[in-house]
Design a protein around this ligand. Structure first.
Ligand SMILES: CC(C)(COP(=O)(O)OP(=O)(O)OC[C@H]1O[C@@H](n2cnc3c(N)ncnc32)[C@H](O)[C@@H]1OP(=O)(O)O)[C@@H](O)C(=O)NCCC(=O)NCCS
Length: 180
């Protein structure tokens, strides 16, 4: 195997079974109780912003982005991010995060949120806000709630409840994209 064996492309509908298997391997049955899962429960992710990594046509890693709200601001939840055990530590995870963030920025989105480790995601542009500035629909270590601003100043004043986009009262948000 070469040092950088991956090719990357957008997720296709035919990837869904392999991605579900990847999630089951990476997170186990407890994944359904995780705060991030609750945040995207029943909400379709955005295939145009969700990427996979392949090795010899086999899917070995995936990241998805899903629209959410933080307070009244539109944002994207990044995750799950998962890499098959045999392919960890070869850069696929970071590359997938960068690719999805670039695609989100290119699509006019301005805020990413995830639940994860700052030492991993910090160098990829994620940061903590004040503890509990953003609350989630399930218990989560506030130090693991991380955001990335995809344009200057967009994190200013950000806070409130992160929630699935479906719970928006009709007409409360005119556009899924944050236009600030
Ligand atoms: C976390 C995960 C996505 C990282 O993907 P990866 O392709 O193995 O990571 P990369 O190759 O991009 O980066 C590897 C580097 O990140 C570091 N790293 C991995 N996980 C880390 C973590 N949780 N915290 C801090 N650093 C971490 C590695 O030690 C390595 O450091 P090095 O480059 O100095 O050797 C992958 O290990 C995975 O699928 N884990 C199980 C599922 C999971 O926890 N997903 C994240 C949910 S938030």
């Amino acid at each position: 195997m070469t040092e950088h064996p991956f090719t990357y492309r957008l997720e296709l509908p035919t990837d869904s079974v392999e991605i579900e298997t990847l999630h089951a391997e990476a997170f186990g049955p407890g994944r359904f109780a995780r705060a991030a899962f609750r945040l995207r429960e029943g909400i379709p992710h955005l295939p145009e912003l969700s990427f996979v990594a392949l090795v010899d046509d086999t899917l070995v890693a995936s990241v998805r982005l899903t629209p959410i709200l933080i307070g009244e601001r539109s944002a994207l939840l990044l995750g799950p991010l998962a890499v098959k055990p045999d392919y960890k530590g070869r850069g696929a995870g970071k590359r997938l995060v960068r690719k999805s963030a670039d695609a989100a920025r290119g699509g006019g989105h301005s805020i990413l949120l995830l639940v994860g480790d700052l030492p991993y995601y910090g160098p990829l542009g994620f940061e903590q806000l004040a503890p509990y500035a953003i609350t989630l629909p399930a218990a989560v270590d506030p130090e693991r709630v991380l955001v990335s601003g995809l344009a200057p100043g967009v994190l200013e004043g950000l806070g409130g409840m992160a929630r699935p986009i479906r719970s928006v009262p009709s007409g409360a948000v005119s556009d899924l994209r944050d236009t600030r």
